[in-house]
Design a binder for this molecule. Structure first.
Ligand code: BDP
Length: 705
């Protein structure tokens, strides 16, 4: 019977299987809506748009695209008995305008229905664009709009992608091809992909893009490149997207001919002021600078014995007359500072709280180390009430298997955002730091390190488009639920059929935990291969910087493993609120997912399950492998719902992932097994090779470095 049903499904969906879909259209597929209800067919039929300008043209274009995709028709524009009204609140008829929600601000929108009409209203054309995208998503997902409707106001002001793209088009930690910015052809050639990029971002509420690597090249601030950046800014502007650039701290010396870049030097200050003025001549709505200073070899105020605030404030003063902001990264640490790397940013920044200019926002990575598969939230969140802090997530999967490993990251982001900092008592979640409500921050922001490249499907893995999408959704609303994000994305990108949505959603929602299981379970961290971070490397040790080795973090010996960050060890725990110090510092209460992050424990330590630590570690790796294999089955069972092209592409990546999950398990367990001197517990498959084999694996030319 089951076979018969699959046969019938396969037969019905056969045409779908034949169409080639390369994924370029992302979540804006606008695929045909079979058996549409009346409201769906109706809504795009007769449209009345109040307003004009570039953004309104984009709205019209979007309606055309959607209508033709959904129903193979075009909307008719009319002011008579229209089915859809799109217009600014102060331009639509007053009987409708009075129903539009107050407080929408510059970017919010309200969509509601009234006597058979759907109304999309906002205070700006950008709000209308966001509202239009949302309406079209509702139509595709077959979710009707009632009289009360949908009121959406972004909870975070600056929602920004950070591209780690170099001027030579390589992408640092980029796994989906080269940079989409073709600097050589700019400014004369505006590639369609720039427009499609802006459109995709606008459809999920992203309103800024920092287009160059944080390991910055000063050349981007020269006229030759500013002209090119300005061309991109022009292309993005109608989509409500501002351009930001990374500022290399030593630029006054490298491109300005000065002898110093000391932030208190008047000539240096003047140089930046003039530079800012020049940038605004090219890009009148330039967003500002993203700065990585005093970190991993980048120049910064430390070179002159100055503080991070002195460095940031100098740039802020230069941008201030033009309304620009400085996103100053807190990712500051040094191999010369003897403290646990976990503690360094906190130690450096907390004493500076309240000393930054009003147009500085400090950009903090989600965790204190470095975008690991799982990290407890960064202790800076909650610790700087007088300085706006923004979140930096990594969308590109530097430490999560690069582009071939399916890991839906919304649950990882959500876990951090929902964590309680306790700094103002219970209910002081990280999300409240980010939306500004906890400390009443005047500016708020969220940055995501982009996973976008020249691959036809933008992100390498088709499912990694969902991480770009999820970032946009969480930047708009840090309280959004992963489950809802996954559900919507699947429906927009593939199908609304519940028989497809349910298993795919389950696969996506479990995927982050699965990767944690086969890479770094129970709080283990930073044990990936040296430098390119592709694959396991728990044996990585020595070299110039201890804080870039695995042994620094896992501390494995015959006595056990883990990083003791309690008072007996580095005491990084003291950087968190009292409640967390007690909770995470105590072996009875610390969540096991953070166990070895904060504690060093013997191999025979008894876990809650009753297993000893060694066995528990091994079981986690085994579970990860099994889940990765299971995903192949899930996908195989759903082949009838997916076009051939995307189906085969994803299948081949899932197979790579399952193989590499085994690689991780075998290599890591063999390595730690030397110290535990214990056999693998029953149920954990024996490794295929010996440790030496894994240690000798050398993937040449791994992308992203
Ligand atoms: C590290 C990356 C490095 C980045 C750095 C950063 O390995 O490529 O430049 O983060 O965020 O994780 O600055």
């Amino acid at each position: 019977m089951k076979n018969l049903t699959s046969l019938i499904v396969a037969f019905l969906l056969f045409p779908l299987m034949l169409t080639a879909n390369d994924g370029y259209k992302l979540w804006l597929q606008y695929y045909p809506i079979e058996s549409a209800q009346n409201w769906q067919k109706n809504v795009l039929s007769k449209v009345n748009i109040y307003g004009e300008g570039e953004t309104i043209k984009i709205i019209k274009n979007e309606l055309e695209l959607a209508s033709s995709g959904f129903f193979n028709t075009s909307p008719r524009y009319t002011d008579l008995s229209s089915s859809l009204i799109i217009g600014l609140k102060n331009e639509i008829p007053s009987n409708l305008a009075t129903r539009v929600a107050d407080g929408l601000g510059e970017e919010g929108y309200h969509i509601f229905s009234s006597e058979g009409q759907i109304i999309v209203s906002a205070n700006s054309s950008k709000g209308l664009l966001y509202g239009t995208f949302r309406l079209l998503q509702q139509v595709q997902m077959q979710e009707a709009i009632d009289e009360e409707g949908i009121v959406e106001i972004p909870q975070v002001k600056h929602r920004i992608l950070n591209h780690w793209d170099n001027l030579n088009r390589t992408v640092e930690r980029g796994y989906s091809g080269f940079s989409i910015w073709n600097w050589h052809r700019l400014p004369r050639h505006i590639d369609q992909q720039y427009i499609d990029y802006a459109r995709a971002n606008a459809s999920i509420g992203i309103n800024g893009t920092s287009i160059t690597n944080v390991n910055a090249n000063a050349l981007v601030l020269t006229p030759y490149y500013l002209e090119k950046a300005a061309a991109l800014a022009d292309a993005f502007r109608p989509y409500g997207i501002k351009v930001y650039l990374t500022a290399r701290f030593s630029s006054p010396m490298e491109i300005g001919g000065l002898e110093t870049a000391d932030p208190v030097n008047p000539e240096v200050q003047q140089w930046w002021k003039e530079k800012a003025e020049e940038i605004y001549e090219y890009i009148p709505d330039f967003g500002g600078f993203v700065v990585k200073a005093d970190s991993e070899g980048q120049p910064g105020p430390h070179n002159y014995g100055r503080t991070q605030a002195e460095g940031a404030n100098m740039l802020a003063d230069a941008l201030q007359p033009f309304g620009g902001i400085v996103m100053w990264r807190a990712f500051v640490y040094s191999e010369h500072t003897p403290d646990d790397r976990h503690k360094q940013a906190f130690n450096e920044f907390v004493p500076l709280d309240g000393t930054f200019r009003d147009n500085v926002i400090v950009q903090v990575k989600n965790g204190a180390i470095d975008f690991q598969p799982r990290e407890p939230f960064h202790p800076l969140f909650g610790a700087m009430p007088k300085t706006p802090l923004m979140m930096e997530f990594q969308i590109t999967q530097e430490y999560l298997g690069h582009d071939t490993h399916l890991a839906f990251l919304a649950p990882m982001y959500e876990e951090v955002l929902k964590e309680d900092t306790f700094v103002n008592g219970k209910g002081s979640e990280v999300a409240k730091v980010i939306d500004g409500s906890l400390h009443d921050y005047p500016i708020t922001g969220m940055a995501g390190v982009a996973n976008i490249g020249t691959d036809r499907n933008w992100t390498g893995h088709h499912f990694h488009q969902a991480n770009w999408y999820a970032f946009g959704k969480l930047a708009w609303n840090p309280w959004e639920k992963s489950e809802k994000i996954a559900d919507d994305w699947i429906k927009l990108t593939y199908s609304t059929d519940p028989d497809f949505v349910a298993p795919i959603k389950k696969m996506m929602l479990q995927s982050h935990e699965m990767v944690v299981n086969y890479m770094t379970p129970l709080g283990i961290h930073h044990i990936m291969a040296r430098s390119h971070h592709y694959g396991p490397g728990p044996w990585v040790t020595g070299g110039g910087r201890a804080d870039w080795t695995s042994t620094y973090y896992h501390n494995a010996s015959e006595q056990g493993m883990g990083f003791d960050r309690t008072a007996n060890g580095s005491n990084a725990l003291e950087q968190y609120a009292q409640e967390l110090q007690e909770n995470w510092g105590n072996l009875e209460t610390v969540p096991e997912k953070f166990l070895l992050w904060f504690h060093h424990l013997p191999w025979d330590y008894k876990m809650k399950s009753g297993n000893i630590l060694w066995d528990e570690i091994a079981f986690h790796y085994q579970k990860g492998v099994e889940e990765a294999r299971e995903n192949i089955n899930t996908w195989n069972n759903l082949s009838a719902y997916v076009d051939r092209y995307r189906y085969e592409h994803v299948l081949s990546f899932l197979k790579i992932q399952a193989e590499e999950a085994e690689w991780w398990r075998d290599a890591v367990l063999l390595y730690f097994g030397q110290f535990s001197n214990l056999p693998l517990p029953e149920g954990v498959e024996p490794p295929k090779h010996d440790l030496e084999y894994y240690m000798n694996i050398d993937h040449k030319f791994v992308p992203g470095i």
